[in-house]
Design a protein around this ligand. Structure first.
Ligand SMILES: Cc1ncc(COP(=O)(O)O)c(C=O)c1O
Length: 359
């Protein structure tokens, strides 16, 4: 026992000495974009609450946990009402999951079989990577944004609608080909981008074969969904291990998500777009031109990232520093997430702080 414990201790020490130990920081929200951290009021530019709904929905959490897998005693009217709402919005069968991570595990390991060759963009989220690892398919990682690297024999390609660390969209039509599946994870885009907030693919006038979306980011609640052909939905219900062998999405979360989807309207998306324009224009005035055009704004600073994040925090702005292994070495960055709930004054104050810290 002592030797095993010692091994744990050594591993923690290794992480700490490499500067890679992650820490949890309790944050107490005091408003849609403000919080108390270590006894100080801070402006939050790090949440995925892109439409400011999470704060608004706090009184919509009514109901219980599901109590068991949906296949045992955990299937609720709230799940079906939510799936109907999503089916109406995305015009295809929908299945909800307790989280996006679980949705991707089930989807990748169910859709792909031995003999499949799946091209996966190099910057795809960990849940896609892990799902593909669980499947018996062969995974071929292709350079980010390079559709010419898709192997000729691939049976599927998996990409994201809006990349969560780079803030960019791919040119999705170049990934589409009738001979293979196109799966687009729209976790950071649904609610915010495209007609009716259906994501980057719809903004680019393309309907993927399968869409993954989350309910815990722009929709302000928790959970996730997959939009897919009817047959795949049936397979996910029967064979998707992270759907079958887990407690269903909490009824309370499903109800909150329904309200979130209803409130994620055009006016909110317009407001978010105006915040994004203001922030990106302000950065351009400071001589900084981050990639993308949407609400995730990365500033790649390399090794000085964590010091810059700390300096911004001292100025009262909570912006995460993203470092290896989440991004590759040398690509460390500040990741700003904008919300429709930010005020112009907050954005201007942030720009002033960035100018001071990065000058
Ligand atoms: C692209 C992508 N897919 C899936 C997920 C997982 O979603 P969830 O947080 O609901 O587990 C994330 C989370 O950030 C993500 O960025």
């Amino acid at each position: 026992m002592r030797a095993r414990f010692k091994r744990l201790e050594e591993r923690v020490a290794e992480l700490q000495s490499a500067g890679l130990a992650r820490t949890l920081r309790p944050l107490f929200p005091t408003g849609p974009t403000t919080a108390e951290l270590d006894g100080r009021e801070i402006q939050v530019f790090s949440s995925n609450d892109y439409l400011g709904l999470a704060w608004e929905l706090r009184s919509s959490w009514r109901g219980r946990g599901a109590g068991s897998s949906r296949l045992i005693a955990g299937d609720r009217n709230a799940h079906h009402a939510l799936e109907e709402k999503l089916e109406e919005l995305f015009c295809g069968p929908a299945l909800v999951f307790p989280s996006g991570y679980q949705a991707n595990l089930a989807l990748m390991s169910t859709l792909f079989e031995a003999g499949d060759v799946v091209a996966s963009d190099a910057l795809n989220h960990a849940s896609i990577i892990d799902g593909l690892r669980l499947s018996k398919a062969e995974r071929r990682v292709i350079p980010h944004g390079d559709p010419s690297a898709i192997p000729k024999d691939s049976t599927a390609v998996v990409v994201e609608g809006l990349y969560s660390m780079d803030g960019d969209q791919l040119s999705l039509k170049e990934y589409q080909n009738k001979r293979r599946w196109l799966v687009v994870d729209e976790a950071h885009a649904v609610g915010c981008i495209g007609p009716k907030g259906r994501g980057a693919s719809y903004e680019q006038e393309l309907v993927p074969d399968v869409v993954v979306g989350t309910l815990g980011k722009a929709y302000g609640a928790a959970g996730a969904f997959v939009i897919c052909p009817w047959e795949l939905k049936q397979l996910l219900i029967s064979k998707g291990r992270s759907f079958v062998y887990t407690t269903g999405l909490a009824e309370a979360a499903a109800r909150a998500a329904l309200v979130g989807i209803e409130r994620a309207d055009h006016a909110r998306r317009e407001l978010l777009a105006s915040r994004v324009r203001r922030f990106r224009a302000g950065l351009a005035d400071l001589g900084r031109f981050p990639p993308g055009k949407d609400h995730i704004v990365p500033l790649v600073l390399g090794p000085s990232t964590m010091a810059a994040a700390q300096a911004l925090l001292e100025e009262g702005f909570f912006v995460p520093g993203i470092r290896a292994p989440t991004v590759s070495k040398g690509q460390e960055r500040l990741r700003f997430s904008l919300s429709a709930a930010h005020s112009d004054a907050q954005i201007d104050a942030l720009l002033t702080a960035i100018d001071k810290v990065l000058r």
